[in-house]
Design a protein around this ligand. Structure first.
Ligand code: PEP
Ligand code: MG
Length: 614
């Protein structure tokens, strides 16, 4: 907090370079101009317009402004005579704000000089003005910010109704494809996971948010985009200004605002180095993942949308270990995807994987993944007192039996097009297991009666609640395989909200309790002759590869962008040598230190030295 105050003070006295600290969630370096986006407006389209379309874009702005002026004029005219005089005065204020040059004039500048589309330019200018209002001494004037927001909201709605932006770029066009434009990084207080998803093919080359933990779903989606990101940067969206130059150090979790020339040069160098490193790793794409002692390892992909399957295949994944189907359910204004729509999505992923297995997890809505557009923060404050312990995942599915059977039917139908596996999230009670299997049997029966094709699918349970890990033998009796969701397993074992930056320092994957549940799960699954995989973020973190291999894990599921570096680790690991060290690491007070010592010792031994393991 103290650091934030200092940074803000420095920024307000004289604008000079300063740093903001957060949590590193996606590696690499991004350098670009800050685009501040209010959490409520992240759904506004962000794209660049070509030179020849700038005038047309300014025209869209003018048309919207005229439409809002007419709208406000009509409202004022139609006010009932008994309406309080303040209402008419308020509409006058709105009209005045609408025509003020600091709004529309400056918005035009964003379009003309930066080539932003009209909606983006308008929200960028709103952010600039909102800050000026926030800093006003006079309370009455400060409160006019809400009026300005309403006027902008009306203009955005008018633009949505007006001529469509047929010149919006095709999906897949990113900032770096627009030669001549500065790269951009997005700065927001918070972004809901589903909104984050829409940035997958956006113009941004990096992300900074004030809130969030390392394994919050917003961070997970940012990581899946493979662009540098820092979350939990607390005051970032207040102290960084629209258009500031910023460096995101995604490895260290540091944001440098207005960097000096020398700092910039250093980071540009690191940026080039990390790009070279990635290119080198990409060459491992088609190399099979086999340890030094000949153990075959399966590296699978985690995906959010069917289109991610193509990326997974390109990255060398040998299947999808986790398809987070809930992303198909979010931000739809309460309307859920029907059976056919879901079936098409699952089939698309299955076909894209060309015969490789696709593990589809039934919807995991709840906690920090709400159905409607809402950030984790809003969710926490406006809904359940503790949504992570509430109606989420399988609990929600079982409370909506019609919806659940519809999803099960859609998944089963996709099995006629490739190898599908079904995964059930957050199982904790035997009754949930039994009800789920009943729902599945009923869905199969319905499909058979309707003459719909489907094949046998393996059914697995996610082990992400300590209760499930502790009653694993019972779970294993009912399922074909298990997949360990370490993100939640850590959250629930340590009682740490994974999305809360205030306790992020206590969210510790190295905690002995977590490692012992993990190791016990792998051991018991193997003993029962059942497949076991890890699909939480630990699977894609090279710091854990040797240890997980040593615990006997042979199946890892992660973001496609992490596959190459995990494969490199696998190729360099002698799993047999490591296996003898697991107990020592597990019994250490500080397993992280122990693991590092073991790694050092084994590496030295491998080089022929005889450094004893401490
Ligand atoms: C997990 O909890 O580790 C997991 C993979 O599921 P999610 O991150 O979607 O909760
Ligand atoms: Mg989970």
């Amino acid at each position: 907090m103290y650091q934030c105050e200092l940074a803000r003070l420095a920024a307000s006295i004289v604008r000079m370079s300063f740093q903001v600290f957060g949590l590193p969630v996606s590696r690499g370096v991004a350098i670009g101009r800050a685009v501040l986006v209010a959490s409520s407006r992240v759904d506004v389209a962000h794209y660049f317009v070509k030179d020849e379309r700038v005038d047309a874009e300014i025209d869209r702005l003018r048309v919207a402004r005229d439409a809002v002026a007419t709208e406000l004029g009509a409202l004022q005219r139609d006010l009932p005579t008994e309406a309080p005089a303040e209402l008419s005065a308020l509409l006058d204020v709105h009209l005045m704000l609408l025509h003020d040059d600091t709004l529309t004039g400056a918005t035009k500048q964003w379009i003309r000089e930066r080539h932003y589309n009209a909606e983006w330019a308008l929200s960028a200018q709103l952010e600039v003005l909102a800050r000026q209002f926030d800093e006003m001494e006079d309370e009455y004037l400060r409160e006019r910010k809400a009026d300005l927001e309403q006027v902008v909201e009306r203009m955005l709605r008018a633009m949505a109704r007006g001529p469509a932006s047929s010149y919006a770029p095709a999906p897949g066009v990113r900032a770096r494809d627009f030669a001549g434009e500065d790269p951009l990084v997005l700065v927001a207080n918070d972004i809901a996971p589903a909104d984050m998803l829409q940035f997958k093919r956006s113009v941004f080359t990096g992300f900074i948010t004030d809130v969030g933990g390392k394994t919050s779903h917003t961070a997970i989606v940012a990581r899946s985009m493979d662009i540098p990101a820092v979350v939990g940067a607390r005051e970032a969206s207040r102290i960084i200004r629209q258009d500031d130059w910023v460096v995101i150090d995604g490895d260290a979790g540091i944001v440098i605002v207005d960097p000096s020339a020398i700092v910039l040069e250093e980071y540009r160098f690191r940026q080039r180095q990390s790009e070279l490193g990635r290119e080198r790793l990409a060459r491992l794409r088609h190399t099979p993942a086999v340890t030094l002692d000949g153990e075959k390892v399966e590296l699978l992909a985690n995906i959010e949308m069917p289109s991610d399957a193509v990326v997974a295949l390109e990255a060398g994944a040998v299947g999808v270990g986790l398809f987070r189907s809930e992303f198909l359910f979010m931000n739809r204004g309460g309307e859920l995807p029907g059976e056919d729509e879901q079936f098409e999505a699952y089939r698309a992923a299955v076909e894209a994987m060309k015969g490789l297995p696709v593990t589809i997890r039934t919807v995991d809505i709840g906690a920090d993944k709400p159905l409607d557009r809402m950030s984790a923060n809003e969710l926490r404050h406006e809904h359940a007192l503790n949504p992570a312990l509430g109606l989420r995942a399988i609990r929600w599915s079982l409370s909506e039996p019609g919806m659940f059977r519809q999803q099960l039917r859609a998944i089963l139908r996709a099995s006629a097009y490739g190898k599908v596996k079904l995964l059930i999230p957050m199982v904790a009670h035997l009754s949930e297991v039994l009800h789920t299997l009943e729902a599945l049997a009923r869905a199969k029966q319905q499909l058979t009666e309707a003459g719909r094709a489907f094949t046998a699918v393996q059914v697995g349970a996610m082990i992400e609640v300590p209760a499930a890990a502790l009653m694993l033998p019972t779970i294993l009796r009912h399922f074909d395989f298990v997949s360990v969701g370490t993100n939640d397993l850590i959250q629930y074992t340590l009682a740490i909200d994974r999305a809360d930056e205030a306790v992020a320092h206590l969210y510790d994957p190295w905690h002995p309790a977590v490692l012992s549940l993990l190791s016990q799960t792998i051991r018991q699954a193997h003993a029962a002759g059942k497949d076991v995989s890890v699909c939480g973020e630990m699977a894609g973190d090279p710091a854990f590869t040797e240890l997980l291999l040593a615990m006997g894990l042979r199946s890892f599921s992660m973001h496609p962008s992490q596959i190459a570096s995990i494969k490199q680790r696998v190729l360099l690991t002698d799993a047999k040598r490591w296996a003898g060290q697991v107990e020592k690491v597990l019994s250490a007070d500080d397993p992280e230190v122990r693991c590092a010592a073991v790694a050092l010792a084994l590496a030295s031994a491998q080089r022929g030295a005889s450094l004893p393991v401490a």
